[in-house]
Design a protein around this ligand. Structure first.
Ligand code: NOJ
Ligand code: MG
Length: 562
């Protein structure tokens, strides 16, 4: 495999609105990011992905861009962005922006011009399609609920929006649109960006016949994803983008792809793939309900573990996946993937251990490194997220009580991950001196950076040790290129795998169960490289004496086998 500069990196996602506010308006800003670069460096972060910071009406929190060349006023200025780039370079860090090019904002100049002249040049930047029999062109349901078509005022046309109606989809069939987008991407890369996280990219190819599908929900609509899954040829767009932009800069790209067709993996992230990497959402998709959050599932431990294992086996043959526990679209991993008895510091460290050392590039999401959790709200008005509001209504329509619908939000809402970063235990959590745009999780008084920074056995300090181990010169090669080999899969609650090269074999083993489990090691000795509950000496003794390692409930260990 050809080595690439990003293979051995640790990445960190910043959700700027909720990271650090320096001007007291309750909204995180670029100054806030700059002020925390040393913190990130110390955490072992190399690559920073910034969720969108472009000018936006924030209907979908910045994923609705009204000007690709401007920084949102709330976040700061272009000068501050340039300063951020400079400061990261000084620290040998890389910055990724979020590339949102499936759609823009309805406030974008292109869309405004399109509305003003629905048959003119800019209408061709979007999908303006004639309705059928006085109705929308097809029966697509948007990802955020309701029809994916919105009437174009004063005409019999409709425009397509796969997300909110304020996020009109761009027409990639149009070469003039593509040219504009490439120009914009290169403009950012010229500034010195290291690359992009690419939003919703799988959606850019449309079937221009817009066929209707068999309804799949009580609303009589069919998910627009059906069209995306059936249409052929999206890869040609990806190659075209790559050739005109990323490839010229050796940029790192990580794609948001949900519905991956297995036989296309090579084409996507293989050595010469469309993208450098893509997120592995396989474990996150497990919970997905047939119709929404109200019938989401709780996968068993085994199902969860085996899904990750299967995905690793597939991915490692092809390339380096981006591994996540959570992101800004998902509930907190500690609340979601850990059984209740493991929702403590030991459990959070265990989850970190088994996840960060998988084959691929780990992406830590802000707050994950201190073990931030989901946040209960007592009324839907306390949520901000557009998707949460839709899912709440869906749950009510399906017959859930208000409490049940709120429980769905507690378990699934994207706002769980968007509550402000918990820097300290004082009012405003060190996030802001003002009123935070989204209420803090009240547990900031216990779970915060300041407290954990001082305490040697905190989750934060464990993450620091973990990233340091992953990148240690003595083991870095193995953690980056070593084969992933699952082991002890028949142990109840066991989550164990090797990372193995020709001359090194490292076993990562954890016990997600409630009872202790004993693993018989193949070799005669092993060195404990890391242990999450301070049992390293005890384990070393046991290994030397019996050739076994016993893991208590919620214990994780990293062993260099000899
Ligand atoms: C995926 C983004 O991560 C999510 O936050 C957003 O709502 C949609 N794409 C639409 O851009
Ligand atoms: Mg601010």
């Amino acid at each position: 495999m050809m080595k690439k500069w990003w293979h051995d990196k640790v990445a960190y996602q910043i959700y700027p609105k909720s990271f650090a506010d320096t001007d007291g308006d309750g909204i995180g800003d670029l100054r806030g990011v700059i002020s925390r670069l040393d913190y990130l460096k110390e955490l072992g972060v190399d690559i920073i992905w910034l969720s969108p910071i472009y000018q936006s009406p924030f209907v979908d929190q910045g994923y609705d861009i009204s000007d690709y060349y401007r920084i949102a006023e709330e976040f700061g200025t272009m000068e501050e962005f340039d300063e951020l780039l400079e400061e990261t370079k000084k620290r040998n860090m890389y910055v990724l922006m979020d590339l949102v090019i499936n759609h823009c904002s309805d406030k974008h100049e292109w869309f405004q011009k399109a509305l003003a002249d629905p048959y003119g040049k800019y209408a061709g930047f979007f999908h303006f399609v004639k309705g059928k029999d006085g109705k929308a062109p097809s029966n697509y349901r948007s990802y955020f609920g309701g029809s994916a078509w919105e009437p174009v005022p004063g005409t019999d046309l409709y425009y397509l929006h796969m997300f909110a109606k304020e996020q009109p989809d761009l027409n990639w069939e149009n070469p003039a649109l593509r040219e504009e987008i490439y120009k914009m991407i290169n403009w950012w890369l010229d500034k010195g960006l290291a690359g992009f996280r690419i939003d919703a990219i799988i959606n850019i190819k449309k079937d221009l016949d817009f066929p209707s599908f068999e309804p799949d929900g009580p609303d009589g609509l069919a998910s627009c994803v059906k069209m995306v899954e059936e249409v052929q040829g999206v890869g040609e767009y990806f190659e075209d983008i790559k050739r005109h932009t990323f490839a010229k800069y050796d940029a790192f790209t990580v794609a948001e792809v949900f519905n991956m067709k297995e036989n296309e993996l090579e084409e996507f992230i293989g050595e010469d793939g469309h993208f450098s990497s893509m997120f592995d959402f396989s474990a996150h998709m497990l919970a997905q309900g047939e119709n929404g959050w109200y019938n989401s599932r709780k996968p068993s431990f085994k199902e969860w573990r085996d899904t990750i294992f299967a995905s690793q086996m597939r991915m490692q043959k092809v390339g380096h996946a981006a591994n996540i526990i959570e992101n800004h679209d998902e509930p907190r991993g500690a609340s979601r993937f850990l059984p209740e008895y493991a929702q403590n510091e030991a459990g959070k460290k265990m989850l970190a251990t088994t996840s960060l050392l998988l084959y691929g590039i780990p992406f830590i999401y802000q707050g994950q490194e201190i073990g931030m959790t989901n946040c209960r709200r007592s009324d839907i008005s306390e949520y901000d997220d557009i998707n949460t509001k839709d899912q709440y209504m869906e749950a009510l329509r399906a017959g859930c009580s208000v409490q049940q619908a709120l429980d769905c939000c507690y378990e699934n809402s994207r706002d769980n991950a968007r509550t402000p970063m918990q820097w300290n235990g004082e009012k405003g959590a060190g996030f802001t001196d003002g009123t935070p745009w989204l209420a803090l999780n009240p547990n900031y008084t216990e779970i915060n950076v300041e407290e954990q920074d001082k305490r040697a056995d905190s989750v934060l300090n464990y993450y620091r040790r973990l990233t340091a181990l992953k990148k240690a010169p003595a083991y870095g090669e193995t953690f980056t290129y070593g084969e992933f080999i699952p082991d002890y899969a028949d142990q109840d609650g066991g989550f164990a795998y090797h990372r193995k090269t020709e001359d090194q074999d490292i076993l990562i083993a954890a016990n997600y169960g409630t009872e202790p489990c004993t693993l018989k090691l193949a070799g005669t000795s092993a060195e404990v490289l890391l242990s999450n509950i301070g049992n390293a000496d005890i384990r070393a003794g046991e290994i030397a004496e019996k050739g076994t390692v016993t893991l208590e409930s919620c214990e994780a260990a990293v062993l260099l086998l000899k």
